[in-house]
Design a protein around this ligand. Structure first.
Ligand code: ACO
Length: 333
């Protein structure tokens, strides 16, 4: 419940992916795997892979996505009060990728910073954007989710690498005078005791004690796949039930649940546990793989483009990722 005179509206969206498509057939040439195994266990058929030689880094994908969204909103970059970028694969640790994107598009002197909450980052960011806008000090915020999981994918580790994809998605969020628009309920949670379910080691000492360590793992995503899976199939349905209850929204009032695309089986298990029809959950992991913080805004953009969600609809964003982090954001568009 908000006591602010302001509301918050997603006025435009954008997305970008690298040029190179990596198919399951390509992966069959790179490792001991099969198209059948990947589709059955993950739902992924293709994903996009950045080529640094073509300048395809996280900032470049973000610039393409945010420029498209600015154009749709008929907004100049310098009118952005804030640019936030959720990523766990920043191009550099300092400056933030958000600052480099803001610099390239001319979003000066708006604030800029990265959010590191792995796959939950975009949902965390939407919650922050809504809160800042309702507080009254900000009018236009660009919320970007962008990652290059292929850059941190070890292609000798078949469990992790088949899931990984790259992309960027963005929502431009604007202050409006109608307080009924925007976030109706938000949650942000984490359990840092489970950090070793998903991590990218950068020093020898980063490895948990029980891991058979060798230095070839440095800078590559390490994942306890089964533990992440089990965590997801209980945490995501519980978080959704809590969000709808606290937002006082009934499930049949929800037009779409926009969930992080971690694995098609996780989304399907969530749908079945909540006894929901197939069309209530958007799924595009077959085309993009797991793009981490980019997956939710890419879904949002595709749904808007296809006219499947519109102003006035209630949509629920939900994600979980490394940390372990998770969160929800219930919106009236
Ligand atoms: N191709 C063929 N066989 C494979 C592959 C592969 N790519 N990967 C694993 N296998 C084999 C294993 O070696 C194992 O064989 P074995 O029984 O002979 O030992 C068998 O398949 C089953 O392996 P599991 O690890 O039990 O496979 P599972 O069904 O759990 O699927 C997966 C693995 C896809 C990783 C799943 O656990 C998963 O999706 N977990 C969640 C992942 C996720 O959401 N991660 C978020 C990452 S991104 C982020 O947060 C930044």
């Amino acid at each position: 419940m908000s006591f602010s005179p302001y509301g918050c509206q997603i006025v435009s969206t954008g997305m970008a992916v690298p040029r190179t498509v990596l198919t399951n057939a390509d992966l069959e040439q790179m490792m001991d795997t099969s198209d059948e195994w990947i589709i059955q266990r993950t739902g992924v058929r293709t994903r996009y892979r950045s080529n640094p030689d073509l300048g395809e880094d996280v900032a470049a994908l973000s610039v393409e996505a945010v420029n498209a969204a600015l154009k749709e909103a008929n907004l100049a970059a310098c009118e952005l009060d804030l640019l936030m970028l959720a990523t766990c694969t920043p191009d550099m640790t300092c400056p933030s990728t958000a600052s480099r994107v803001a610099g390239r598009i001319g979003a000066v002197p708006g604030g800029s910073f990265d959010i590191l909450a792995a796959c939950s980052g975009f949902v965390y960011g939407l919650n922050i954007a809504d809160s800042l806008i309702r507080q009254g000090g900000y009018r236009n915020i660009a919320m970007i989710g962008a990652d290059s999981l292929t850059r941190v994918a070890d292609y000798t580790n078949r469990k992790v690498s088949v899931l990984s994809g790259d992309g960027a998605g963005v929502a431009i969020v604007r202050r409006v005078d109608d307080p009924s628009k925007g976030c109706l309920f938000q949650s942000m949670y984490s359990d840092g005791r489970l950090w070793d379910y998903l991590y990218i080691p950068t020093r020898d000492g980063d490895a948990p004690a029980d891991v058979d360590w060798n230095e070839t793992k440095l800078n590559y995503l390490q994942m306890k796949g089964r533990e992440v899976f089990k965590f997801a199939v209980t945490t995501i349905p519980d978080a959704l039930e809590e969000a709808l209850h606290k937002a006082a929204v009934k499930m049949d009032e929800v037009s779409m649940i926009i969930a992080h695309q971690s694995n098609a089986r996780i989304i399907e298990a969530t749908r079945k546990r909540l006894n929901l029809p197939e069309d209530r959950f958007y799924v595009n992991i077959d085309r993009y793989g797991n793009t981490s913080a980019a997956s939710v805004p890419i879904c949002l953009h595709e749904l808007r483009q296809a006219g499947r969600i519109k102003e006035g609809d209630v949509v629920v964003f939900v994600a979980m990722g490394g940390g372990m982090t998770w969160g929800t954001s219930v919106w009236r568009l």
